[in-house]
Design a protein around this ligand. Sequence first.
Ligand code: FES
Ligand code: FES
Length: 213
Amino acid sequence: MEMKCSGSKQSDFDLTRRELLKLTAATGGALAAGRLLPGAAPPAAAQGANAPAAPVNVVLRVNGAEHRLTLDPRTTLLDALREHLHLTGSKKGCGLGHCGACTVLMDGKRVKSCLSLAALVDGREITTIEGLAQGERLHPLQAAFIERDAFQCGYCTSGQIMAGVACIAEGHAGSAQEIREWMSGNLCRCGAYDHIVAAIQDAAGATGSIRGG
Ligand code: FES
Ligand code: FES
């Protein structure tokens, strides 16, 4: 499945693919757009609710910016991000807390945004994949994902990167085994696990976060 080009000369295809990889690592990019996943659940508004609930006012702090929204109280954080703020880097895979595609940081800790109600995270500091880079400078883990070719379709990538950032910050990146254990809540149907672990090890090394022993 993995696409590799032989020969040392970089082709046009290589350049194009590289750009796509960069976009995917930085934003969860178009390759992994939610509508391409046949099993993706519909937005909260279409989830078979019979009676409309009274809307609530919510202040969401996302990537350093404050957003005032009026939402159905049943709206998940994931749907608020994707459908209302158009931050589509966080992906909807299972919608049930099993796959990790929707992982974001809340006050620095990883959460599965499909399991959080937007109305209950009012005022908390949310970081999504779109808020990870500093301007043009990618986060070390985003750069490591590109270097290590740590994805194929890219659908799980934003969740993997957000969980990986937390995994490193928590001090759980001391060995490949430890990373596998602490990243086990993030699934990759393409099976890019070895590359993901290598990227996290690289980034942990680059940020001096690897514990001794
Ligand atoms: S979408 Fe699968 S855990 Fe949230
Ligand atoms: S890269 Fe395809 S699901 Fe992980």
